[in-house]
Design a protein around this ligand. Structure first.
Ligand SMILES: [Zn+2]
Length: 533
């Protein structure tokens, strides 16, 4: 009810990036199934019934969390496919949110948190009988996972994005009412317990559910952009900076260490930068080169994962009536590409996998932008596009090659760790003097086929960082000093590991010890499509 729409949204993003057609038949079935759940009031229902005891609710129900997630997924597919059916579905779902699910008071609105069932994740579900109690939440700790924001705070963002794309006035009006509610001081840090002379609730300070707050901040920003509210934009910037204080944002190790947390922060950082509130490309580079990719399950993890299950009894082969979807078939193979839920990579959840994948997309989308013949390269990552291709040797070598296709002008952002005095540029084989505009080098009068090479020495640093334990259930001390070796923004060695026994970063030292990067010949997929997300 809550996470599967994230998988649907991520599928559009991942196909746009890669051009992969793998599993289209399965995807089509999943999509048909999900579209069939759009029902009464336009809402996204779960078909609970007494024959499906594993769902926990014996009647059809609506999970609040999943509604805006489904809107986001449909917004992606609406743009990706151009199929006009999506528009009607999205408009109807938003109408259902507004007229069926939300409680409206004065100039604000919220979704109630008490339905007729009590189990965690089922508590805030709406059924045909309506809500059991529509009481107004007084703190942020209401609702699923002890967080009001985690299950409904993201909603105004989807509405604002839909308004931006189509001008739907109902979407913007409901977003405004929800944002008025979610920005109330009672949901943000308590002024009495905070730093003297810092008014935390007006500065987006918070404590509690990382994912809930980060998603809500992004939603507030998306609304602030749609409504052009500068004060709210600044509020979100403060909240983002505050979110970075937990863990080690230097590598995107944030929140409660789940694979989704870094993806969410990448999304917020890119959006803040796009909104002109700050320039967070350096942050995004640090996130995506580290936790944003390292938490992904890759084929090389197979031996480690096999060792984790050694000596443990095999899971039951037969399907159990309480968990009919459970399977022990080819698990190691099938989880490749997903994102881990813990730094030991011992779990992969439907929450973290799509959100980690969306983190890849947010960074890919932000890495290269094109407008009217001007290309802006914000991240020195490998990237193909109809306008210009980027070949990056980082972090093996400080070398980036741009292969121009149709751009007339390019701006290339040089990472903060590089010494600007040492940046050398060449057009073809001819050295040219770099022309700087802030942290960007500018190239003009480009012609199709031009090849630009940028070179600068890689800075290697060894840093000591005190990293707190981000999950209480994790073994080990409350905080520990780690020795971290970086090449540019890439963490190549950490000792001791982030968590006892964690495989994260453990094979990077060997991988990056070689003098030249391993080169592969690949066919790159290129699309002119740009999705608003
Ligand atoms: Zn997660």
């Amino acid at each position: 009810g809550a996470c599967q729409p994230k998988a649907l949204e991520a599928m559009a993003f991942l196909r746009l990036m890669s051009g992969s057609t793998q599993g289209l038949d399965i995807e089509a079935k999943m999509m048909r199934m999900m579209v069939s759940l759009l029902g009464e009031g336009g809402l996204y229902w779960v078909n609970g019934s007494s024959e499906k005891p594993w769902l926990g609710i014996p009647e059809p129900f609506v999970m609040v969390h999943g509604q805006a997630r489904m809107v986001r997924a449909m917004i992606a597919w609406h743009q990706y496919t151009g199929n006009p059916d999506w528009k009607g579905r999205i408009d109807r779902l938003i109408d259902g949110l507004d007229r069926v699910l939300a409680v409206h008071k004065d100039d604000y609105a919220y979704f109630p948190v008490y339905g007729f069932y009590d189990r965690e994740y089922l508590r805030s579900c709406y059924t045909r009988r309506g809500w059991r109690d529509t009481v107004e939440p007084t703190t942020e700790k209401f609702g699923e996972e002890n967080s009001l924001f985690n299950h409904q705070g993201h909603t105004p963002g989807a509405l604002a994005t839909w308004h931006r794309l189509t001008g739907n006035p109902q979407a913007l009006a409901l977003a405004a009412q929800l944002v008025r509610f979610y920005t109330r001081p009672k949901f943000w840090a308590d002024a009495d317990r905070e730093y003297p002379k810092v008014v935390g609730p007006e500065r987006a300070h918070w404590q509690g559910h990382f994912h809930g707050y980060v998603n809500t901040l992004r939603a507030i920003l998306e609304y602030a952009v749609a409504a052009n509210d500068a004060r709210l934009k600044g509020f979100v910037r403060d909240g983002y900076e505050w979110a970075r204080q937990r863990g080690l944002a230097r590598i995107g190790y944030v929140g409660d260490a789940q694979g989704c947390g870094c993806g969410r922060l990448i999304g917020l950082a890119v959006k803040l930068t796009d909104a002109g509130v700050g320039d967070y490309w350096e942050d995004v580079d640090q996130y995506i080169r580290n936790q944003g990719t390292e938490m992904q399950i890759v084929p090389e993890d197979a031996d480690y994962l096999r060792r984790l299950s050694e000596g443990k009894p095999p899971p039951p082969k037969e399907r159990s009536p309480s968990m009919p979807g459970r399977s022990a078939e080819r698990v190691l193979e099938r989880i490749v590409g997903g994102f881990a839920g813990k730094p030991n990579k011992e779990v992969v959840w439907l929450c973290c996998s799509p959100h980690g994948s969306m983190g890849l997309f947010y960074a890919w989308d932000g890495a290269l932008r094109h407008q009217q013949g001007t290309v802006r390269i914000n991240l020195l990552l490998n990237r193909a596009s109809p306008w210009m291709d980027v070949d990056s040797w980082l972090p093996y070598e400080g070398k980036v090659v741009l292969r121009n296709k149709s751009a007339r002008e390019a701006f290339v952002r040089i990472p903060a760790w590089a010494d600007r005095k040492t940046v050398a540029c060449a057009l073809g084989d001819r050295a040219i003097e770099p022309s700087w505009l802030g942290s960007y080098v500018r190239f003009r009068d480009l012609r199709p086929g031009d090849r630009i090479t940028l070179r600068f020495p890689i800075t290697e640093t060894t840093e000591e960082w005190t990293i707190p334990k981000l999950r209480d259930s994790q073994p080990g001390p409350e905080r520990q000093v780690h020795r971290c070796r970086f090449r540019g923004n890439t963490l190549v060695e950490i000792s001791p590991p982030l968590a006892p026994g964690s495989p994260l970063y453990q094979n990077r030292a060997r991988r990056y010890a070689v003098a030249a990067p391993p080169l592969h010949t690949v066919t790159r997929y290129v699309t002119p499509a740009v999705l608003q997300w």
